[in-house]
Design a protein around this ligand. Structure first.
Ligand SMILES: [Zn+2]
Length: 119
């Protein structure tokens, strides 16, 4: 005789959905983290340039810092642009050559906070 766990089929279906929700949440958290990297690099620009001006007192002296920041920006752009949507597996912010930082997936319209929205 086959041993039956006292677990109705409905609960097992729920469990499968929970795994999916966890994947969705971790995927969206990764997308949000990459967006934060880009915003962080953008926000750091003004205080960094201000501090550099204060220290070097010259435009040419701040050029290496600007260059460093620009490289950081390019990296953050690439890093955030290649974040993948956890639902459709396409690039979350990139559709062909179009790069748009909307609060939803450009392909399947999955909201950035889909894992936080009440069901
Ligand atoms: Zn998507």
């Amino acid at each position: 005789m086959e041993h039956h766990e006292s677990q109705p089929a409905a609960e097992q279906a729920d469990a499968a959905e929970v795994v999916d929700a966890v994947q969705l949440a971790s995927g969206l958290a990764a997308v949000r983290k990459r967006r934060m990297c880009l915003w962080g690099v953008l926000i750091v620009y003004l205080p960094a340039m201000w501090a550099t001006q204060k220290i070097t007192h010259s435009f040419s002296g701040s050029m290496p810092v600007f260059f460093l920041w620009f490289v950081l920006l390019l990296w953050a752009m690439a890093y955030s642009a290649t974040a993948r949507c956890p639902r459709c597996k396409n690039y979350f912010h990139m559709h062909g050559m179009m790069l748009l930082y909307l609060r939803k997936c450009l392909h399947c319209q999955l909201p950035l906070n889909a894992d936080k929205a009440p069901r």
